[in-house]
Write a protein of this length. Structure first.
Length: 75
């Protein structure tokens, strides 16, 4: 299980695809988006929606991102 912390976006995608069982878009989890997140790029609404079709609680995501001090901009 700790292999998901190897710093490789594709490793995370492989793990998340099994762990989250289709709670992501049918087209899969985009490597480009995960690579940007791994690089610490500001998370945007477009990035979130490239992974999932709809997010029920944007306020909760904002709170979670603030808690871990991850940059985001959902405007």
């Amino acid at each position: 299980m700790l292999n998901i912390f190897d710093g490789q976006a594709q490793t995370y995608i492989d793990w998340a695809t099994v762990y989250f069982e289709e709670s992501y878009k049918e087209s899969g989890i985009p490597l480009n988006t995960v690579t940007k997140i791994y690089s610490g790029e500001t998370l945007t609404k477009a990035m979130v929606l490239s992974i999932i079709d709809e997010l029920e609680d944007w306020d909760q995501l904002k709170a979670d991102l603030k808690e871990i001090d991850y940059p985001f901009s959902f405007d």
